[in-house]
Design a protein around this ligand. Sequence first.
Ligand code: R5P
Length: 269
Amino acid sequence: MDWGLQNRLNRIIKPADNRTVMLAVDHGYFLGPISKLEKPGETVDPLIPYADALMITRGVLRNCISPAEDLPIVLRVSGGSSVVGENLANETLTTSVADAVRVNAAAVAISVFVGSAYEHQTLANLAKLVDESIEVGMPVLGVTAVGKELEKRDARYLGLCCRIVAELGAHFVKTYYCDEFEKVTASCPIPTVIAGGPKLETDLDALNLVHMAIQQGAVGVDMGRNVWQSDYPVPMIRSVRAIVHDGASPTEANDMLQELKHAGETQPA
Ligand code: R5P
């Protein structure tokens, strides 16, 4: 791997432990101003000290995040459909690699919709993006999107998606946790991070999800709603970090969460 590309990837997946806690706030690109992300700058600000990278669109980055922040940016560069439109899978490349370089992105991210009517189009988008990105040493994150069909999230389907993303040249892949997740990671030759998906009933449920994913081969998370839709976002991301980077069990991480909550900690130490 070229030095620049590896260096960018190392800024996201930390070489010290080969792990990452990415914070995802790109949801508005198809969902609009969803709950707790109406003002992304305010949501993100207290979480920045605890995130290894920020997944975001160029519009929110330029308008809501200070360029003084020293945080690797994973720039979402696909989109073009909305939750109220005909088909979420009908995505195109919405941001050029030149613009990703201009905002000093550490990686670019693109969704693929395997098995959808737009399978070929989104996979071709990925291949084109890889060709253009490697020219400038920019890693590509492939996102195995399922649109509204959450029931698609089983190991056979996600294993297929992740493998195709890797075969087309992406450098890391974001997918969902599922039963037999170890089969997904075992057959995917690039690092895997998991999305959290819609807010789970409890924070402990989300911590369990993170722990199971790490135990079964994920290098980390690219999590959004289960962090910033929590009533305690800062304690929550700190507890996720404890699992991902410090090997905490879900119980230990939950104890930490409770302590931070009771200490009234909502801001970085
Ligand atoms: C996926 O492509 C979305 O844009 C989010 O980045 C992703 O779903 C991660 O966020 P969450 O943990 O809320 O699912």
